[in-house]
Write a protein that binds this ligand. Sequence first.
Ligand code: NAP
Length: 349
Amino acid sequence: MPSSKGYAALDSKAQLAPFDFTRRDPGPSDIAVEILYCGVCHTDLHQARNEWGISRYPMVPGHEIVGRVTFAGSSVKKFKAGEVAAIGVLVDSCRKCAQCASGMEHFCVEGMTETYNSIDRVDSSVTRGGYSNNYVVNERYAHRIPGNLDLPAVAPLLCAGITTYSPLRHWGAGPGKKVGIVGLGGLGHLALKLAHSFGAHTVQFTTSPKKKDDAVRLGADEVAISTDVPAMKAQANSFDMILDTASAPHSLDFYTALLKRDGAMVLVGLPETPPTIGVFNLITRRASIAGSMVGGMPETQEMLDYCGKHNIAADVEVIPIQKINEAFERLLRQDVKYRFVIDMSSLKA
Ligand code: NAP
C-alpha cells in the first residue's frame, strides 16, 4: 500500500496538522502521482470545519491536484510514468448510469466519489485529498494538461475553473450577453477571465472596493460594489445571467432585481446557511434561480484545452503546506489574490 504524508483536520475545530496514512494499491487501470501542487478551495475550509455537516475525520482536503505520474498500471493508455496529470473533484462514479455514459459523471445517479471525504468504490476506505504527497486514481478520472501553462496556475482550473466554465457555457455567456459575477475570489476571478474570453459583457460584483482595479485587469467591463445601493440600482433589469460564487451568506434579492426577463441567477457558492429567496423579483421577470456543480470529465478536459489555447490560468499565491491554517484565515478575510496553491515539495521540509 502506498504510504502517504499530508495535512489533516482531526475534527471540525482542529487546525490542519501533519498526518501519515496509506492509500490503496494502484490497480491495472490506475495511475499513482506524486503531487506537485494543490489549490486551496473554499470548499476545503467548509469541509475541514464541517460547515455542511457531512465531514469525515481525519480529513485530508484538496481537490485541485497537479502531479507527476510515478506508476501507470498495465491497462493504462492515457499516461506514462514521468508525465504530468491533473485530478479534480471527481475521482470515480458508477460508470454505467445514463449520466456517466454521457460524460456527466458529476451527476452520477449513485453519487460521484469525491477526491476526499468520500467512500472509495474500490476498497471502501475514506478518500483523502491532495494536501498530501501522492494520489492513486483510475486513469478515466485524471486529465491531461496543456503544456504551455504554469503548473501552479493550472491546479485551480481543476475545481474553480470547471465550476465556472460549465455554467458559463451552459447559460450561453458570449457576445451580446451581459454576465455578472458575484465575489472576486478563487472561483470569481476565473469566472471573470472566462466570461470575458467568451466575449460577454462582464460586470464584477464585489464587497471589497480595493479589488476594483484587479477586477478590470482580470476582464471586467464594469465593477459594482455590492454595498453601493445606487450603483446596484443602476444595473437593474439588465443581466442575462449572474453567476454567484460568494462563500458567505448574503441576500439574493439585490441580484435577482438586476436580471432581465428570462434571466438566470446561477448559484455555485455554497455558504454554510442556505439563502432566503424573495419570489417577487422572479415572477416579475420569469427569471430562474439555478445551481451548478463542477463538470463532467469530457467538459473538464475541454475546459483545460480551452484554457491552454487562450492562455488562461489562475492568479496564484504559492504557499508552503505549513501556511495552510493561515491561508484558511485569509480566505475568511477575503484576502486572497486569487487562489492559494500549495507547493507540495514543502511537505519534505
Ligand atoms: P473564495 O476564494 O474564498 O472567494 C469567495 C468570495 O466570495 C470572496 O473573495 C468574496 O469576494 C465573496 N464573498 C465573501 N463573503 C461575501 C458576502 N457576504 N457577500 C458577497 N460576497 C461575499 O472562495 P472560492 O474558493 O472561490 O469558493 C466560493 C464558493 O464556491 C464556496 O462556498 C465553495 O464551497 C463553493 N464551491 C462550489 C463548487 C460547486 O461545484 N458548486 C465548487 C467549488 C467551490 P469579494 O471580496 O469580491 O466580495
